[in-house]
Design a protein around this ligand. Structure first.
Ligand code: NAP
Length: 303
């Protein structure tokens, strides 16, 4: 059975090339005839890791192709994922599986509700990749992938294909808690790096602000039934800041490069969820407002 990969950017290319290299059947789905022609001209996807580059001529197609899709890996940004799937929805087999690699929360739930015939598997990834050019990806940081089905059920048999491809994986029985925890860390760190225009490590001078944000985030996690994800949140925020002190956060980099952020699925999701549950989070709302103003000043979408 073939994997179909939708969204052939940084992470999608990283998964596609590793699967193809291991001999696992995989096809990539490009958004337009123009992109398909560019791909055919390039001769495939280029993966660079530890200074070595390799070209992978993976079969490619358009969303409108007419073969059925049994297993779909969606590696678009959170704000593109649902619309991208909608274009190929007629091809989804009744009992298909959709793996969702998006950061934050909200897009996965919307997709799971819209296509109830699919088994949606949420993925939380700490691997790092970036695009060096069109159809060229650099594997920048080793990490882990946690996969899980929020509705429970057993681990899929194809996890061994990921092992064979060298894609690290752990089957998680609490994937939503894991995504909430990652979202909370992101909300505490990333917006402040944009607002203070600084590296992660510079946030150590705003410890009180961080502590107050973590307090609100902890309350929000608990209200969402995710109390374990709130445990020692502030300690982990400080640990992450120290361990990544010299780095610029992903949101900071998006803003600097004039790219749309995934704010609606991170801080935006936290604020919407608090409002829906009637939890007061004035600091998170204030942060959200200030961040949206900053994005607007830079001419970037605020959602
Ligand atoms: P990316 O490099 O921007 O790739 C997204 C890809 O989706 C682009 O190639 C884009 O095509 C494609 N796309 C968008 N709409 C499409 C459509 N309708 N049909 C077909 N393709 C479509 O993003 P990324 O960095 O890989 O991130 C993907 C997700 O993984 C995000 O939620 C991100 O937060 C998460 N994540 C990324 C990393 C990382 O290191 N990169 C790590 C952890 C998690 P175009 O090129 O044509 O625009």
């Amino acid at each position: 059975m073939s994997w179909h990969i939708l969204g052939v950017g940084a992470l999608g290319s990283l998964w596609a090339t590793r699967l193809a290299r291991a001999g696992v059947p995989v096809r990539i789905i490009l958004r337009s005839s123009q992109r398909l022609a560019d791909y055919q001209r390039a001769g495939g996807l280029t993966l660079s890791e530890v200074g070595e580059s390799s070209l992978h001529a993976i079969p490619a197609e358009l969303p409108e192709a007419n073969t059925s899709i049994q297993r779909l890996l969606v590696a678009c940004k959170a704000y593109d994922a649902e619309a991208a799937i909608a274009r190929l929805a007629p091809r989804l087999a009744n009992n298909c599986e959709i793996l969702l690699l998006q950061n934050g929360l909200g897009s996965q739930q919307a997709i799971a509700e819209r296509w109830p015939q699919a088994r949606c598997i949420f993925v939380s990834s700490t691997e790092g990749a970036y695009r060096e050019g069109p159809l060229q990806v650099v594997f920048a940081g080793r990490g882990q992938n946690w996969l899980g089905d929020p509705n429970g059920g057993s681990a899929p048999v194809w996890l061994d294909e990921l092992d064979r491809a060298g894609i690290p994986q752990i089957w998680s029985t609490d994937i939503v808690a894991r995504l909430w925890r990652k979202l909370a860390l992101n909300c505490a760190i990333n917006p402040l790096t944009v607002l203070h225009d600084c590296r992660n490590g510079d946030l150590l001078q705003y410890r009180e602000q961080l502590a107050a944000l973590c307090q609100e985030l902890g309350t929000l996690l608990e209200a969402n039934g995710q109390a374990p994800a709130a445990t020692d949140l502030q300690d982990e925020v400080l640990r992450v800041i120290e361990a990544t002190a010299a780095n610029y956060s992903s949101m900071y980099q998006d803003v600097r490069l004039g790219r749309r952020t995934e704010i609606a699925y991170l801080l935006g999701h936290a604020c919407r969820s608090a409002d829906a549950l009637g939890v007061a989070v004035p600091l998170l709302h204030d942060l959200h407002d200030r961040l949206r103003k900053r994005l607007s000043l830079r001419g970037l979408p605020t959602d």
